[in-house]
Design a protein around this ligand. Structure first.
Ligand SMILES: NC(=O)c1ccc[n+]([C@@H]2O[C@H](COP(=O)([O-])OP(=O)(O)OC[C@H]3O[C@@H](n4cnc5c(N)ncnc54)[C@H](OP(=O)(O)O)[C@@H]3O)[C@@H](O)[C@H]2O)c1
Length: 255
């Protein structure tokens, strides 16, 4: 894989989980990374400090997404940290699941919030990022395997379906500028979003459904994202990569 020395990156939702792993990996490749977070300033500072300790470069950017003015707030902090540099890499990672947003009980408010954070924010962040991005830039959107396997949290799954469509259409329009757009679709990953995985039986159940026998670690996802950000991925665009250790490939016992 080629290095990212001299490049800049914005990773949304980089204070924890998958986003943290992406930020750390991009920084390890040499990129200056904007570590975006919503409210957990301590966690974001930890990420920036860890990157600095490892010899990389990063700065934190706070912006609650899904509220009025979110993109303005984000880009005020981002542009201050970039200090006139372009934005080479955008990773739309921030998102959340609402376990109550099932078809039986979802409210309009829950629906609006999920779509505001998981869909509207990535769209308008991208719109703004494209003005800072040179030709040949990289956009990676984080979707989910729930676009092809069913879960009760139907609205969350719908938001990720929208991200898949967004990515593909965006890749089509931005190709003229040499900007690639790809989607990384994690399976079940050990993050705060999946607190239920701390239950050993639950983790084993996921392992039993996975060819490689365990839930993902955040770094399993971050490394795949770093590939799409690299020069090695220059001829890949409009694609969705399922990064899930071989989830739901078929029954274990076949006779
Ligand atoms: N974990 C999985 O199994 C899994 C599977 C498939 C896809 N994904 C997707 O991967 C992405 C990352 O998930 P994760 O599991 O790493 O989540 P996580 O550990 O819960 O971390 C979420 C990150 O997003 C930020 N964030 C969430 N809502 C925000 C908002 N309204 N405004 C600003 N920032 C916000 C958080 O910031 P704060 O720290 O400030 O709260 C945090 O940095 C999400 O898009 C998720 O849908 C996850």
């Amino acid at each position: 894989m080629s290095g990212l020395t001299g490049k800049t990156a914005l990773v949304t939702g980089a204070s924890r989980g998958i986003g943290r792993s992406i930020a750390e990996r991009l920084a390890a490749e040499g990129a200056l990374v904007a570590v975006h977070y919503g409210s957990n300033e301590g966690a974001a500072k930890d990420v920036v400090n860890a990157i600095h300790t490892a010899g990389g470069r990063a700065f934190p950017v706070r912006a609650e997404l899904g509220v009025d003015g979110d993109v303005d707030t984000l880009f005020t902090g981002l542009e201050e940290g970039l200090a006139g540099r372009p934005l080479d890499i955008l990773v739309n990672n921030a998102g959340f699941i609402d376990y109550d947003a099932t078809v039986d009980s979802v409210t309009h408010q829950q629906f609006e919030r999920l779509f505001a954070v998981n869909v509207r924010a990535p769209l308008f962040i991208t719109q703004r990022a494209l003005t800072l991005m040179p030709d040949g830039g990289r956009i990676i959107n984080i979707s989910s395997g729930v676009t092809w396997f069913a879960i009760p949290e139907i609205v969350y799954a719908m938001t990720k379906g929208a991200i898949n469509v967004f990515s593909r259409s965006l890749a089509h329009t931005q190709g003229v500028r040499g900007i690639t757009v790809n989607t990384v679709s994690p399976g079940v990953t050990e993050t705060d979003m999946n607190g239920w995985l701390s239950d050993r039986d639950a983790a084993k159940a996921i392992g039993d459904l996975t060819a490689l026998g365990r839930p993902a670690k955040p770094a399993d996802i971050g490394d795949a994202v770093a590939f799409f950000a690299s020069e090695d991925a220059r001829w890949i665009s409009g694609q969705t990569l399922e990064v899930n250790g071989g989830l739901f490939l078929g029954p274990r016992v076949q006779r």
